[in-house]
Design a protein around this ligand. Structure first.
Ligand code: ADP
Ligand code: MG
Length: 234
């Protein structure tokens, strides 16, 4: 608990810092990108310009994730069906998973309660986790999505991949800013997830075994009203 508390304090401070720094970096970055693109047009084809542009976009992506963290969180809370949000995100990421030879299976229990959430933030969480799962399975496989009701706590979402897995000693570092093992990673995806789930009074846990795969468990407190079953299970 002490460690958890420390993590959340760090995240809160980070969020405040992020707001200031991200704005300050974005503006000059946008103008640099504009000028680089202009030069590229004059000089004709040059691979270096493309590298500069893609690296600038990478910085912009990192800054974007920070800006996201610093956004106010209590504005857009609404009752939502987690199944639907997951389906939206699966549709989004499908072009990528199909290319990587990855199947996505979904198992949704009936009578799931709604959750109170900021729809876009939760989608961001699911997207980050599904992206990680996809990146962990360069040779394809199956990603399993499960949503169940949890009597005490609300809704449980489980996202399981058959990827490379994470060594035990590395699990506590997950969610720390800039912790990445990927050449082009930002190490900000999971931090964003932890932050958002925490803002929703939920819990995020990661379980993993090297060479077998990883499961991310998300527990979200339910809104009072239960979903009306329409008879279709996604
Ligand atoms: P990034 O994806 O940019 O590296 P993240 O915060 O999303 O940053 O993830 C941090 C690190 O956690 C990854 O670099 C990877 O080492 C590890 N990781 C996260 N999810 C998975 C997963 N599903 N399978 C294996 N490793 C993972
Ligand atoms: Mg990631």
């Amino acid at each position: 608990t002490d460690q958890l508390l420390q993590k959340s304090e760090k995240l809160a401070l980070l969020g405040q810092m992020a707001a200031g720094i991200a704005h300050e970096i974005r503006n000059p970055l946008t103008s640099i990108r504009g000028f680089v693109q202009l030069f590229k047009g004059e000089e004709g084809q040059n691979v270096y310009y493309d590298i500069v542009l893609s690296e600038l976009d990478r910085i912009n992506g990192i800054v974007g994730e920070f800006l996201f963290l610093s956004k106010p969180t209590t504005t857009a809370m609404q009752q939502r069906d987690v199944k639907k949000l997951l389906n939206d995100v699966v549709t989004l990421i499908q072009t990528q998973t199909i290319l990587s030879n990855i199947q996505i299976s979904m198992e949704y229990k009936s009578n799931l309660p709604y959750v109170y959430c900021d729809e876009n933030q939760l989608k961001q969480v699911f997207l980050n986790i599904l992206k990680n799962a996809t990146e962990a399975m360069p040779n394809g496989g199956t990603i399993e999505l499960k949503v169940k009701k949890d009597n005490e706590r609300g809704v449980v979402i489980q996202i399981t991949d058959q990827g490379v897995g994470i060594p035990k000693e590395r699990i506590p570092s997950l969610g720390e800013p800039f912790f990445t093992t990927k050449e082009k990673g930002t190490g900000l995806g999971l931090m964003t997830c932890y932050k958002i789930i925490e803002n929703h009074q939920g819990q995020l846990q990661i379980e993993s075994e090297v060479d077998k795969g990883t499961t991310v468990h998300i527990i979200l407190p339910s809104a009072k009203v239960e979903l009306k079953e329409t008879g279709t299970s996604y």
